[in-house]
Design a binder for this molecule. Sequence first.
Ligand code: THU
Length: 131
Amino acid sequence: MTAAQRRLLNQARRARARAFAPFSRFSVGAAVEARAGRAYTGANVESASYGLTCCAERVAIFKAVTAGERAFKRLAVVTDTDRLTPPCGACRQIIWEFCGDIEIILANLKGQAAVHRMRTLLPRPFDASLL
Ligand code: THU
């Protein structure tokens, strides 16, 4: 794990504390690092109409995009689970479209971590180049 990866993981871990997850009680923290250097954090926000819930990864990416960022280096996801939590299918699509083949760092609160490339998490992606 590099210093940059560790830094981003710490930001995702802190963001997790602000999850709004009263229905699932499954709190997720995320942080995405822009190529220009700034990091943007997110946590999952749930709705009583469950399907309207927004995952931590998308909150972080949408914050970054609406701050004007268009290029990214890596994204970190932190949960309190034994098995590390990879992004859901909907988030994989959004990560691919906005971030491309970035590093995805997964970790839990015990300090276990793994690094993947987006390409391996979403093989043969659909995106605007196919429209
Ligand atoms: N969730 C995330 O925020 N990110 C993931 O990668 C997996 C799932 C959230 C959505 C919902 O609030 C809760 O975790 C349980 O699915």
